[in-house]
Design a protein around this ligand. Structure first.
Ligand code: AMP
Ligand code: MG
Length: 333
């Protein structure tokens, strides 16, 4: 089954063709990051406009790269949330039109389910059940994936997402947007114990996380140093931030595995590209006898292929949309 999948939830416009949920025939992506970098973050209105400009050409490119023509497409899939509402609406409306024009089913896909499914593309043997650590620019959560379309959130951030934390601290350090990768480069060779940053304890559900205290502490360190004219160990700070974020995530993922008895963990989302987090996850999983899947960096960020993968399983579960499909800024997994 060939699924033509679209994604426009943030600042990447993407179209891909995926066969039977596992085989990527094409994966066309146009990132707007450079456009937003001058503003230090994504400007929703600009994102929407750029998606409108790009999406038709990307659909053609996805088909051409796959060596297919329109009649070869069996279904059309699209991210319908969560994300920036104006941005989401572009691909939702395009996909609805495409499904109607082709006379093929429409499959709505949750963005984070797509991030998790990126692992199906990289690891043919991977099947639920497993735990997923979903860490992106807008979300941070530990999800129990009991089946391809059967998911329960075990813990989630109470405030900022891990990626947002990297991005905001990067901004006060004068690094370009998005700040996760530049922070990782700055952290290289830095002392992760240089600055003592808080590790949150969350009342109620201790698998929930919090990043806003950590973010504020790091931002205050930068501002205080500037006010006092003190020189900051920028590399040490970046390394300390990565260590603190990783400490927020990795032990909770291990605890979630202990409680559920799951023995497989996958990482998902843009922040899963982070070297510190990947290394810490590898060590912790080795120590706890957990099989770990880390998606290749190319599949960590937003892309259309991951949506096409999850769409196949949504289709098998009978989760179809129609011309009344809407987009949702907030959407339960
Ligand atoms: P997503 O929301 O899944 O598209 O992921 C985007 C987020 O991932 C942004 O907040 C980026 O700063 C972050 N990110 C990308 N690469 C890295 C990295 N190497 N380390 C930390 N964060 C990263
Ligand atoms: Mg994303």
């Amino acid at each position: 089954m060939n699924i033509l999948a679209f994604e426009s939830s943030c600042d990447e416009t993407a179209a891909a063709v995926v066969r039977d949920g596992r085989q990527v025939l094409s994966d066309a992506i146009l990132s707007q990051a450079d456009m937003h970098a001058i503003y230090g973050g994504v400007v929703p209105e600009i994102a929407s406009r750029k998606h409108v400009e790009a999406i038709a050409a990307l659909a053609d490119k996805a088909l051409a790269d796959a060596g297919l023509t329109r009649p070869d497409i069996d279904a059309v899939a699209v991210t319908y949330g969560p994300g920036l509402i104006g941005a989401l609406l572009v691909a939702v409306n395009f996909a609805k039109s495409a499904a109607l024009a082709l006379g093929k089913p429409l499959i709505p896909v949750h963005h984070l389910r797509g991030h998790i499914a990126a692992n199906y593309l990289a690891f043919p043997e991977l099947e639920p059940p497993f735990l997923a650590l979903c860490i992106s620019g807008g979300n941070s959560m530990i999800v129990d994936v009991a089946g391809y379309t059967d998911m329960t959130i075990l813990g989630a951030t109470r405030d900022d997402a891990a990626g947002e934390c990297f991005d905001k601290i990067a901004r006060v350090l004068g690094l370009p947007y998005p700040g996760g990768k530049p922070m990782e480069e700055l952290a290289r060779g830095g002392d992760p114990a240089k600055y003592p940053l808080p590790r949150a304890k969350v009342a109620g559900n201790d698998l929930d996380m919090s990043f806003s205290g950590l973010k504020t502490a790091a931002v205050n360190l930068v501002h205080n140093a500037a006010q006092k004219g003190e020189e900051l160990d920028r590399s040490g700070l970046a390394a300390s931030v990565a260590a603190a974020i990783s400490d927020e995530l990795v032990p909770r993922a291990m605890e979630a595995a202990r409680r559920t008895g799951r023995t497989t963990l996958v990482a998902a989302g843009g922040v899963a590209a982070n070297k510190t987090i990947r290394t810490d996850l590898e060590r912790a999983c080795r120590e706890n006898g957990i099989k770990l899947y880390l998606p290749p960096l190319s599949l960590c960020g937003d892309n259309g292929a991951m949506i096409g993968s999850q769409a196949y399983y949504e289709y098998l579960a009978g989760h179809l949309g129609d011309a009344s499909l809407n987009a949702y800024a907030n959407l339960e997994i």
